[in-house]
Design a protein around this ligand. Sequence first.
Ligand code: ADP
Length: 451
Amino acid sequence: MVERISKLLIANRGEIAVRIIKTCRKLGIKAVAIYTQVDASAMHVRLADEAYSLGSDPYSYLDVHKIIEIVKRSGVDAVHPGYGFLSEKAVFAKAVEDAGVIWIGPRWSVIEMLESKSITRSIAHSLGIPVVPGTLGPITLAEARKVADELGFPVLLKADRGGGGRGIRIVRSPEELERLFKVAVEEIKTSFGSDKVYVEKFIPRARHIEVQILADQHGNVIALSERECSIQRRYQKVIEEAPSPIITESERMKIYDYSIRFMKHIKYSNAGTIEFIRDENGNLYLIEVNKRIQVEHPVTEMITGVDIVEQQIKIAEGRELEIKESIYKFNGHAIEARVYAEDPNTMLPSPGIITWLEFPRNEYVRIDHALAPGIEISHFYDPMIAKVIAWGSTREEARLRLVKALSEFKINGIKTSIPLLIDILVTREFIEGKFDTQFLTEFLNKRKSPR
Ligand code: ADP
């Protein structure tokens, strides 16, 4: 049954809320914003058709009860959670469904299952999809000792319910394991409300490659190309691109097949991402499934021409995917750089009020942001303030356009990571596509040490 969405609440803020509003406009859907007091004059509030206050607590974007109350009061027929905040919380998805409103995401029971990374690993394993060697379930210190011994150090201790690069610790020796296990469990308990950890072999010189999936409620699942996100800091992505400059065609087909099989098996519907790491020998291991729109989705949109938010809305309405090719053809190359409000030298946050802005102008460059002069960049929220994405018919053309766009992007009032992004994009390693997930850390360490 197809149910038409005509009014949609965005349970998020910042650039992703603005991004979702754009697709709502295109589809003739009324967009409803929610905001905290700090965000009273934020762009998502200004652009929405209606806006409702969550009150003075800056953390209210996480308040399920308050948001559901607004869902009911505003008379919306759907909720889009964006990424972060409550986007991957089964309790929120369930509360939205219980309120009789369409949830733009996978069913809450699927989210609940995938909230556990070890369950995800077990499902993949049972389907014959390779996962990083390690434990399938959560473990005790005694078990961790045994497994780490078998795998060989270094190993990673990972929070079963971790995310966003938090909850991962590298352990380099048996002594470190003794010392770090308890610390890690305590830390994880406070951050994620579950003290379960598991052990994975640390893959040196890894590349992060992920597959964008679209899956409807009728069992159709397609792979909408892949992205490479190996330029990372503290396990978090900084520069992403599509397609991956390293994988071979047969590796590409293999990860598309794994991803489609996994999503079909769990009867997934919505956009979703299956993350893999690739070792130096080309072995690919599934590490995680993300059940929401990703920060880096624009690179996929730029090489495929598909509006992923529109697809999410149509899937949630119960429509069948219009795209029938299970493996989607893409065109050219796109690279995205995440701009942070931080000092490019110290990398410390740089909150403040934007006093002046100048955007680069180029038809092949897209900037996703929620910026305007007078807008306050608050220390309460994610310091990522914009994404600059450039398309080219080749990777090199996209790279040059991105460097140019970043150097023409002027923001006064706060410091930004733009100079650092440019420095990365002009390295020989980036130009040649020869980098791995440790590259940025090593690059930053080299910059710090006196020459
Ligand atoms: P999160 O859910 O917190 O984002 P992930 O499991 O997706 O955690 O991993 C985040 C990043 O950590 C990956 O992109 C990769 O760079 C690194 N990583 C994860 N697992 C491994 C591993 N087994 N070996 C080496 N690096 C890893």
